[in-house]
Design a protein around this ligand. Structure first.
Ligand SMILES: Nc1ncnc2c1ncn2[C@@H]1O[C@H](COP(=O)(O)OP(=O)(O)OP(=O)(O)O)[C@@H](O)[C@H]1O
Ligand SMILES: [Mg+2]
Length: 260
């Protein structure tokens, strides 16, 4: 279980001070799928970075399975917002890297890499370098990479943002299937409210910067959910309306500040 206990972040770079996140309190249960949604710059990636142990909170703490996160949190697989593939390694070699670092036997690595490439629909692209892949393909390789070494918790920062609308729905379905079968905990950042509702057990709506959690809504739509059809269900529309009413004023506030 992940406990975010009053974790706040203020960045100080020389004389420049940016209050990114106000103290955040949230507990995420084992096996839960939780999404963060909120305006650009409200601190969503900052919070994932703190859970991953890449940056330390200015105050408060992140506790994962009873231990305070200090330094890299190896229980998490992190699919960052930026491209993280090594350009000089093929797709297959990128997926293999975390497995090799964990001293997986070479034959097992090859089998696992092939399985993961097939899972993300790239069975014929293992030999391609990142520069030879589309934006969406690179995202799928990054997904295959974190799934390959099977961490109990996945942190995913807009993983499907670069995919076309149809492929995005297909990948959402795949991710839910993997999550339901493997019992993983997933913390997911998205700008797409429909995506957050489709996937999540709970959605945390962030305020404009400095970010705080404005509301946490439970999505009680039945599972399994079909990303291609869920938006036509009456119950979905009610959830969407409720969340949109929470989110819209924050987007408006963020826009007013940015373009004042
Ligand atoms: N390493 C850093 N040094 C200084 N400021 C930072 C750093 N990382 C983030 N910030 C600032 O913290 C704030 C929150 O950034 P963050 O990346 O967490 O936002 P976000 O919610 O993920 O936005 P987006 O939806 O656009 O990805 C921003 O004002 C950003 O400029
Ligand atoms: Mg971000």
């Amino acid at each position: 279980m992940i406990e975010i206990k009053g974790a706040a972040k203020t960045f100080r770079t020389g004389a420049r001070v940016t209050a990114a996140l106000e103290p955040i309190d949230l507990a995420i249960a084992d096996g839960e799928f939780v999404s963060f949604i909120g305006p650009s710059g409200c601190g969503k990636s900052t919070l994932l970075n703190m859970i991953a142990g890449i940056i330390a909170p200015s105050s408060g703490a992140i506790v994962h399975d009873g231990r305070t996160v200090a330094g890299a949190n190896t229980a998490t697989g992190y699919m960052t917002q930026q491209d993280s593939l090594l350009p000089w390694r093929t797709a297959a070699a990128n997926i293999a890297l975390p497995l090799a670092l964990r001293r997986t036997p070479p034959a097992a690595i090859d089998a696992r890499v092939a399985q993961m490439l097939a899972l993300v629909g790239l069975a014929n692209f293992g030999g391609h370098f990142p520069a030879e892949l589309s934006g969406g393909m690179k995202k799928r390789v990054a997904l295959a990479q974190i799934l390959a070494y099977d961490p109990p918790t996945l942190l995913m920062d807009e993983p499907f943002g670069a995919l076309d609308a149809q492929l995005k729905l297909i990948m959402q379905g795949e991710l839910m299937r993997i999550w339901e079968n493997a019992g993983k905990t997933i913390v997911f950042v998205t700008h797409d409210l429909a995506e957050a509702i489709t996937l999540s057990d709970r959605v945390a709506v962030f305020s404009s910067r400095p970010g705080r959690i404005k509301a946490v809504e439970t999505i009680d739509l039945p599972r399994p959910r079909d990303p291609l059809r869920i938006q036509f269900e009456p119950a979905y529309r009610a959830v969407h309306q409720r969340l949109w009413d929470l989110l819209a004023p924050e987007i408006e506030a963020s826009r007013a500040e940015a373009f004042a």
